[in-house]
Design a protein around this ligand. Structure first.
Ligand code: CA
Ligand code: CA
Length: 91
């Protein structure tokens, strides 16, 4: 009985590690912006990040008025690419 419980706990732990890995670095940045912790970035929360705030509508691809995880992930990918391009120009 006890061994079964441990196996179950281990499975849950492994699953959360796998999920954390999938979300990657994006989650930490999103959590920082997500002031009320509802898992979405509202326009008000985006004001903490000027570049995100400026292009908020562009990244809100489903027009829900908030950025969900997928939409924020896209913003992060785009800004990373932009940064890499800028670095390339400066060097
Ligand atoms: Ca929020
Ligand atoms: Ca949205």
């Amino acid at each position: 009985m006890k061994a079964k419980w441990i196996a179950g706990a281990l499975l849950i732990a492994l699953a959360s590690v796998a999920m954390a890995g999938e979300k990657g670095m994006g989650t930490a940045a999103m959590k920082q912006l997500d002031a009320n912790g509802d898992g979405m970035i509202s326009p008000e929360e985006a004001t903490a990040h000027p570049r995100l705030s400026e292009n908020f509508d562009e990244y809100d691809t489903d027009g829900s008025g908030t950025l969900e995880q997928g939409e924020f992930a896209r913003f992060e990918t785009m800004s990373q690419e932009r940064e890499m391009k800028q670095k390339g120009k400066n060097e």
